[in-house]
Ligand binder design. Structure first.
Ligand SMILES: [Zn+2]
Length: 450
């Protein structure tokens, strides 16, 4: 069979990333991600794979976000025993995130759960199948040559170059935004026959996050002045580290008063440890700061709470404190416990630092709800609720076009990982500005690469 790609997930949507590449001799996947965002998406996770997992020769994992690697343990549970290629830091982060996901699966924490997708033993089996390769180190699998390049999205995220038969394919993975704290810019690639590119923000430009620091500083100062709590719901991966890094810089430059800052999330603590191990992969500014401060995620007044008991004692703390806890949309996790205790007091604040999808507790609070239900209790909202325009971890339209313009071999561009409007808008731009052929596949479509 001729070389082809079947577009399984993240086609016309942004979750469930998975592309099946078929060559004359082999079959492999690029990503095997979880569908996220509502019941219809969730149901897809339980459908059988549209291929036999045992037939796959290998899987490439571009990064550790669950919408890119979250179904790998299910693949293993269904008999896949080939290699899983990733960067070393992606494997470590995937270990933390998938173990956490298995725990949630095993304890049936989601009401909508139909059956257990995978358990911890599947995650352990998957981890034993990982083979890691650093950025810019070419390796061979069968007669296919592969190389990871820094995508600048989160720690370990990779653009994947694949030389197969007489073609070169480049999968963008999720492409980073520029400039953002900590991460380097996405690596420009010059050559390809086909570029499979994400398009999450293909129809939008990011607003400059100019007031971000000011808002964060003002919220911390307010908490100090009013001897009150500032609760920041944040995702364990990337957003929590971004916050700690920013708070550390505030502390080093004496911009914030003395105030306890607590990271109350075992997963975020684990992920931060992994970030500290791989500081060499971070950008030039990070390297400069490292010369005068050896730990850019730790500072005087900062503490972290691992156990549930430690977490509960936070509510006995009198006086001011900043509490960072998951989840970012407040639809689960320890942050709910803090909200339950703190929302009723008008001197307290809740500051959202990321997007909250409709239906989540976070969205209800941002929209001005005066009463919310948390863990079967009705709570009145008297605390001050606000949100700030955080850095996006994804390139916007300008960033995507800039990266695509770096190819000098006039490749065919295949757009994935975007809603249809985002893909069509970017298609127009790439066709007109870069004069390249663009394919916008439908979910389930097989694209032949001639
Ligand atoms: Zn991602």
């Amino acid at each position: 069979m001729a070389l082809s790609i079947k577009f399984i997930g993240a086609t016309g949507m942004v979750t469930g990333s998975s592309y099946l590449v078929t060559t004359a001799q082999s079959k492999f996947l690029v990503d095997c991600g979880l569908y996220q965002g509502g019941d219809a998406a969730d149901r897809k996770n339980y459908q059988p794979f549209p291929y036999h997992p045992k037939e796959l020769d290998f899987v490439i994992s571009t990064h550790s976000h669950l919408d890119h690697c979250g179904l790998i343990p299910k693949l293993v549970r269904n008999g896949f025993r080939g290699k899983i290629y990733s960067t070393p830091s992606t494997r470590e982060l995937a270990e933390a995130l998938l173990t956490d996901a298995a725990h949630i699966q095993e304890h049936g924490a989601t009401e909508k759960q139909i059956e257990t997708l995978f358990i911890k033993a599947d995650v352990d089996q998957a981890l034993s199948q990982f083979e890691t390769h650093a950025y810019n180190q070419t390796f061979i699998s069968g007669n296919i040559k592969i190389c990871f390049q820094d995508a600048g999205h989160i720690l370990g995220s990779a653009i994947t170059e694949i030389w197969v038969e007489d073609k070169k394919l480049v999968f963008s993975g999720d492409l980073g935004n520029s400039p953002v704290p900590i991460m380097r810019d996405p690596t420009p690639i010059a050559e390809a026959d086909y570029v499979i590119c994400e398009s999450t923000y293909g129809d939008r430009l990011h607003e400059p996050p100019t007031n971000r620091e000011k808002k964060l500083l003002a919220a911390i100062r307010y908490a100090k002045q009013h001897h009150a709590k500032l609760i920041i719901p944040a995702f364990a991966l990337e957003r929590s580290q971004d916050l700690l890094y920013t708070l550390n810089l505030f502390r080093n430059t004496n911009q914030i008063p003395k105030i306890p800052i607590i990271l109350d999330s075992p997963l975020a603590i684990k992920v931060t440890k992994i970030y500290k191990k791989y500081t060499k992969l971070f950008d030039e500014t990070f390297q400069q700061y490292l010369k005068t401060d050896q730990d850019l995620f730790d500072f005087p007044g900062f503490s972290q709470t691992n156990t549930v008991e430690e977490s509960k004692t936070i509510n006995d703390l009198s006086g001011e404190a900043v509490i960072i806890a998951g989840s970012g949309m407040a639809d689960g996790g320890r942050v709910q416990h803090h909200l339950l205790h703190q929302l009723g007091r008008p001197e307290n604040q809740v500051l959202f630092v990321g997007f909250c999808t409709p239906g989540t507790l976070g969205r209800k609070l941002i929209s001005g709800a005066t009463r919310v239900r948390i863990r079967d209790k009705s709570v009145s909202v008297r605390a001050k609720i606000s949100s700030l325009n955080a850095f996006s971890a994804h390139a916007d339209q300008k960033g995507l076009l800039a990266w695509l313009s770096g190819f000098n071999t006039n490749p065919t561009v295949i757009l994935t990982h975007g809603e249809d409007l985002a893909r069509q808008t970017l298609q127009g731009k790439v066709t007109r500005q870069l004069k390249r052929q663009v394919i916008v596949p439908k979910a389930g479509q097989i694209v032949k690469l001639n």
